[in-house]
Design a binder for this molecule. Structure first.
Ligand code: ADP
Ligand code: MG
Length: 468
């Protein structure tokens, strides 16, 4: 029988939270890693993306820190700002029963001052990218002496991005007796070497990826031959009714081009690539998560670790150059037991690059029958794809630090105060200093003016409609 969360020596408070979040059973990596980390062991954990590695270290951290002590006790290193934010969200979700818990995110591209202030106020958990963390350590802003736990998350990606030296430098600042955990989806030799050096005594956990793990992702290829590729993309989108779709291209220029074309066709679409400023990246992802953007066109910047609920379709507009990247891309769908579809667009069914992927995954990819879509013109296809209810996103200039909660925003928009109906309000996401709320397109201007006229928690905040 699968062990339950109860069997993992988690505190009753944390067990309640995971059940409230709808996690009925721990995932294999959680089953192995949680008891070991709670027992104080160093752990090296390898399992595929989407297998719940975040909670595997977040839960033990939450259990092992002392919230009454206002000092830094756990440090989590992540490769990118987006992954930092994602780990931060999961950590706060799981830690919501811990009163007095302060989780801070320390990433580059943002002013240092507020981060320093937050450190001084005594956050217990810091999550961040290596460059900025090192900077805080070197300036003496971050006091490492009280750190008991260090996590290197997505370690393979961190090394790929050239953070190896920074990670080494950070480790030199930390107390010797600390506990260390390293999580990675893959185990190239560079990770092997790093593990030997940093956690020589660690318990090594490897969760093999059984073939069935991709079983809830239906893999298809669309062979477009001599037809127009953009038209073929529309066939792919139309062939699979989807809540949200993520389309991967290899070049930023292609990303822009397709985004413009689809947008002109009235489709709810936006782009995500390395050219966007950090703030815009955050905004696009927030809008994708709350379904204001239904189709996101992206480069591989979005290929690893991103977790969007309800993402049921991934399309490879261009095939990735490495077969392994294919797995990371399609792994954005079919997360946590949900079903997903991955369509790869190829000119011919036996193109060598798709065959290389089939060989690598040991899985023959089915051919998508798109004859039905083929009868439609591009205009008709775009019209069909543009149909359906649309959401828009409002950015509110207040967040967690201003004590803004979801219920406050909901309350301001509905009832006597706002007059909107609950069904027009979508996902509400509270961040540190800002919040996002999704509302139906037809009430967007009412919602914006209502938020600007009213108060939340007795305070006035600025609300702006954000979009392309
Ligand atoms: P990884 O880091 O291994 O790629 P994540 O930690 O991002 O995976 O988890 C993927 C998704 O699974 C997240 O949405 C997370 O909330 C969810 N999840 C984690 N643990 C469980 C569980 N035990 N049951 C159900 N969902 C879970
Ligand atoms: Mg992860």
């Amino acid at each position: 029988m699968q062990p339950s969360f109860e069997a993992l020596q988690l505190s009753p408070a944390l067990i309640t939270v995971v059940h409230d979040l709808g996690y009925t059973q721990p995932t294999p990596i959680q089953i192995e890693a949680i008891p070991a980390l709670l027992a104080g062991r160093d752990v090296i954990g390898q399992s595929q993306t989407g297998s719940g590695k975040t909670a595997a270290f977040a839960l033990p951290i939450l259990q092992r820190i002392d919230v009454d002590r206002r000092e830094l006790q756990a440090l989590v290193l992540c490769p990118t700002r987006e992954l930092t934010a994602q780990v931060g969200r999961e950590m706060r979700k799981l830690g919501r029963g811990h009163h007095g818990l302060q989780v801070i995110e320390l990433v580059g591209g943002q002013p240092s001052r507020p981060q320093r202030d937050a450190l001084e106020r005594g956050a217990q958990i810091a999550i961040g990218t290596p460059g900025r963390l090192l900077d805080h350590l070197e300036r003496g802003v971050m006091k490492p002496d009280s750190i008991k736990m260090l996590v290197l998350d997505e370690a393979d990606r961190m090394l790929d991005m050239g953070f190896g030296d920074d990670v080494g430098e950070i480790i030199r600042f930390l107390p010797h007796g600390r506990q260390t955990a390293l999580f990675s989806a893959t185990f190239p030799s560079a990770i092997e070497a790093m593990s030997k050096e940093v956690l020589p005594e660690a318990l090594r956990i490897t969760i093999e990826t059984p073939d069935e793990d991709l079983a809830n992702i239906r893999q298809l290829k669309l062979c477009f031959g001599d037809d127009d590729k953009l038209l073929a993309l529309c066939w792919a989108l139309q062939s699979q009714p989807h809540g949200s779709a993520l389309v991967f291209c290899n070049q930023k220029a292609t990303v822009r081009e397709i985004t413009e074309e689809l947008s002109r066709g009235g489709i709810s679409v936006d782009r995500f690539d390395g050219d966007l400023e950090q703030f815009d990246r955050d905004q696009v992802l927030a809008r994708f998560r709350n379904h204001s953007v239904r189709v996101l066109i992206a480069t591989d910047v979005a290929g690893r670790g991103l977790d969007v609920e309800g993402l049921d379709l991934v399309i490879n507009y261009d095939l990735p150059e490495q077969a392994e990247v294919y797995l990371h891309r399609i792994g954005r769908t079919g997360r946590a037991g949900a079903n997903g579809v991955a369509i790869s667009m190829v000119q011919h069914e036996s193109d060598w690059d798709i065959e290389a992927i089939e060989k690598f995954t040991g899985h023959e990819i089915e051919i998508l029958d798109h004859s039905a879509s083929k009868c439609l013109s591009l205009d008709d296809l775009l019209k069909q794809l543009a149909e359906g209810p649309k959401m828009e996103t409002i950015l509110i200039s207040g967040g967690r630090k201003d004590k803004v909660r979801k219920g406050d925003i909901l309350g301001a928009l509905t009832g006597d105060a706002g007059g909107l109906s609950g069904k027009d309000i979508g996902k509400i996401e509270i961040q540190d200093k800002i919040s996002y709320v999704a509302v139906s397109q037809h009430v967007i201007s009412d919602a914006v003016s209502c938020l600007n006229a009213g108060r939340i928690k007795g305070k006035r905040f600025r609300a702006t409609h954000v979009g392309r």
